[in-house]
Ligand binder design. Structure first.
Ligand SMILES: Cc1ncc(COP(=O)(O)O)c(C=O)c1O
Length: 311
């Protein structure tokens, strides 16, 4: 395969069956490995769509500074594009994120602005709005409101899933901005209205990097809650346990939100007689190594999830 730019390598990620992860042998769970994207996360897709659209529509000018609040992955993806196309990139991230995120951002040439860790990404959003107000000449793609975020998933992620697994019954993904669930969910339901879409989220105040609890007060405008057929709240210890199991039992080195998505897929599988579930693993494990997640042992927690289904 020959590419003229790493940006041509975004998307077309593999779908692999998670053998032995389903509680029901008649239900098959497959993982879409977004860690295979150039910067190692699903966010390469939306960064490319947001920047391409802004250039096309004249909202982003040569050399203009890009500013974005992020839990890390979107910032890293924007930093890659910025370095290729000559835009300085500044990202606002919670100071509680792993050191690897900060290092990668700086490696790609981004400037890192820290927001208070306890406030999570809501704190980053608030601080980025303040910085943007003080610098009206900067461009903020703002993934939480940018229609190109769900559009990237509508145009690329979902068609890839349909092509690889036409018989899909359920789609599960973590909820951060809601872009993945909204964009993939809309396209899948156009393809087959019977397909169910399920979100995985943490408890309020319980940190799973990249995911948000809607109970904390901010509902991202890109999230279309009408596409959701179920919501599964996963304990962070359980997210860690499943992330570790992905590595030890399936050979997949994924990030922490992936553990939450897989646990949610297991719960959804428990409600089905048979079928096919796709869960999206948003990033690879590299950025979380310093968390020590893979060297710990985890007990199986009773009642580790809180579920709500509308089907
Ligand atoms: C690691 C990780 N997982 C999941 C998500 C959630 O994806 P989305 O923003 O499309 O809801 C994000 C980003 O927000 C993320 O960085």
């Amino acid at each position: 395969m020959l590419f003229r730019s790493v940006l041509e390598m975004v998307g077309d990620t593999p779908l692999v069956e998670l053998v032995g992860f389903s509680p029901n042998p008649a239900v098959h769970i497959y993982a879409k490995l977004e860690g295979q994207n150039p910067t190692g996360s699903v966010k390469d897709r939306i960064a490319k769509f947001m920047i391409d659209a802004a250039e096309r529509e004249g909202r982003l000018h040569p050399g203009q500074t890009i500013l974005e609040p992020t839990s890390g992955n979107t910032g890293i993806a924007l930093a890659l594009i910025g370095s290729l196309r000559g835009y300085p990139v500044k990202v606002v991230i919670p100071d509680a994120v792993t050191a690897e995120r900060v290092e990668i951002l700086r490696a790609f040439g981004a400037e890192v602005i820290f927001s208070p860790g306890p406030l999570g990404t809501n704190g980053s959003v608030a601080m980025a709005r303040e910085v943007a107000a003080a610098h009206p000449d900067w461009f903020m793609p703002f993934q939480y409101e940018n229609i190109e975020n769900p559009r990237a998933h509508y145009e690329t992620t979902a068609p890839e899933i349909i092509a690889d697994l036409p018989e899909i019954d359920v789609f599960v993904a973590g909820l951060g901005t809601g872009g993945t669930l909204t964009g993939v969910g809309r396209r899948l339901k156009e393809y087959n209205p019977a397909i169910k879409v399920v979100s995985a989220a943490p408890h309020p105040g319980d940190l799973v990097q990249g995911l948000r609890s809607l109970e904390e007060g901010y509902i991202p405008p890109v999230l279309d809650e009408s596409v959701l057929d179920g919501r599964i709240v996963v304990d962070s210890r359980t997210s860690f346990r499943l992330t570790k199991e992905l590595t030890t039992r399936a050979g997949i080195f994924a990030g922490i939100s992936s553990g939450a998505a897989v646990r949610a897929a297991q719960v959804a599988a428990g409600r089905m007689e048979s079928g096919h579930i796709v869960c999206l693993l948003a990033d690879g494990g590299w950025k979380y190594l310093s968390s020590g997640l893979w060297t710990q042992d985890y007990d199986v927690i009773e009642e580790d999830v809180n579920t709500k289904f509308w089907w």
